[in-house]
Write a protein that binds this ligand. Structure first.
Ligand code: DC
Length: 225
């Protein structure tokens, strides 16, 4: 009799435009993992704050808005999408220039991070409940704060000029440098490569090459090709 395959957690951190989401999507397909893009959660929350007219500098209003956020999860193929009040904020809204400019300001607030912390951790149970073999979850503080004991922790790096070209090819204008500066310098859960994480510089690698570097140790652990 063979032992049941272990449930695995794969954490992928890195700055804006490093390819976290694209590589996580491919890993989720290859190993039947639930894909979680936590950047989309901070973006959806930011879109909601902006819709409510709440500014990041106005902590009283931020706290009030957070108190009214009803968070849920919708499964879209292998993607866990966050619902706010039963609604998934559309892609066009969460990738809008206004969200690009404001998201790091809201993400720097400890109140906002605390409100999303347990929600993110509970997605491991959601994955188990939906018969996934594990979770591949991307963000900025996954390997350092959310799942420090993840089975695999990767940290992706890319030259910022190359990241901006990648965004432009996706038809988006994004303040990559400014977001990375804010995300790396904030006090709570800054963007760092956690000790022990596998660091991958993606600047001169194709997406397939990046995925291969991550897939090799995962396949070995799961004993699959
Ligand atoms: O992954 P992304 O570029 O879509 O993320 C948008 C912003 O959300 C990012 O600039 C900082 C914030 N973020 C965060 O603070 N912590 C995470 N785990 C994920 C994203």
């Amino acid at each position: 009799m063979t032992a049941a395959a272990p449930f695995i957690i794969v954490a992928i951190d890195g700055g804006a435009g490093t390819g976290k989401s694209s590589s996580a999507t491919l890993l989720s397909e290859r190993f039947n993992l639930l894909h979680v893009d936590t950047g989309s959660f901070y973006r959806a929350a930011t879109a909601e704050f902006l819709r409510l007219g709440v500014a990041a500098a106005d902590l009283t209003s931020v706290r009030r808005a957070l108190g009214s956020l009803q968070l849920g999860t919708r499964l879209d193929s292998r993607d866990a999408q966050m619902e706010i009040g039963g609604r998934v904020v559309p892609e066009a809204e969460i990738r809008s220039p206004a969200v690009n400019v404001n998201v790091s300001l809201f993400a720097a607030l400890p109140e906002v991070r605390t409100a999303l912390l347990d929600y993110q951790r509970r997605l491991a149970d959601f994955a188990r409940g939906h018969d996934f073999r594990g979770l591949v979850i991307g963000g900025r503080d996954i390997g350092s704060v959310i799942f420090p004991n993840a089975d695999f922790r990767f940290f992706l790096h890319v030259d910022e000029a190359v990241a901006e070209q990648r965004r432009a090819r996706q038809g988006q204008s994004d303040s990559i440098k400014e977001r990375n500066r804010l995300d790396s310098s904030r006090k709570t859960a800054p963007l760092v490569c956690p000790t022990g994480a596998i660091y991958i510089d993606t600047t001169h690698l194709t997406l397939a090459e990046v995925v291969e570097k991550m897939a090799a140790p995962i396949a070995a652990k799961l004993s699959v090709p």
